[in-house]
Design a protein around this ligand. Structure first.
Ligand SMILES: [Zn+2]
Length: 136
């Protein structure tokens, strides 16, 4: 820990906030927190069947970073399944593709989380910003 974590690009928010085991009372305090980029790694590799190189490019991270994220994700899901724990999908270091923006004044590219409603460039303060098309 301590080094900067690379921000992963995620195509879209997960459809649910998490999962709850059937037939067993799972304490919410013990829920496994699956970060959004971990969810995305599972989605791309196991559901969409991309290979690790493709998935890493899709998320704009290095392949070793993707491998670490994916292994963490699998360990968390396996733990939740075997220990009958809730899974909550939240947090982490990721940004949705649609939230990348470009400043027309200084041409910087930046992003913000959906909850951030400010509409100014974080570098120059200009309010002339456009949605950035993300290349596939
Ligand atoms: Zn700017």
């Amino acid at each position: 820990m301590g080094r900067n974590r690379k921000i992963s690009k995620v195509q879209a928010p997960p459809r649910v906030e998490g999962f709850n085991p059937f037939g067993y009372y799972a304490n919410e305090q013990e829920a496994i927190i699956l970060h959004v980029e971990e969810y995305e790694a599972i989605r791309l590799l196991d559901y969409e069947s991309l290979n690790q190189k493709e998935a890493a490019e899709y998320m704009s991270i290095s392949r070793p970073s993707l491998t670490r994220i994916y292994e963490r994700a699998r360990k968390k899901i396996a733990t939740a399944l075997t220990q009958a724990l809730q899974i909550k999908i939240e947090g982490g270091a990721s940004v949705y593709n649609g939230s990348w923006l470009e400043c027309e004044n200084c041409n910087s590219h930046f992003n913000k989380l959906p909850a951030d409603n400010s509409n100014v460039c974080p570098l120059c303060g200009s309010s002339v910003i456009n949605q950035l098309k993300v290349q596939e």
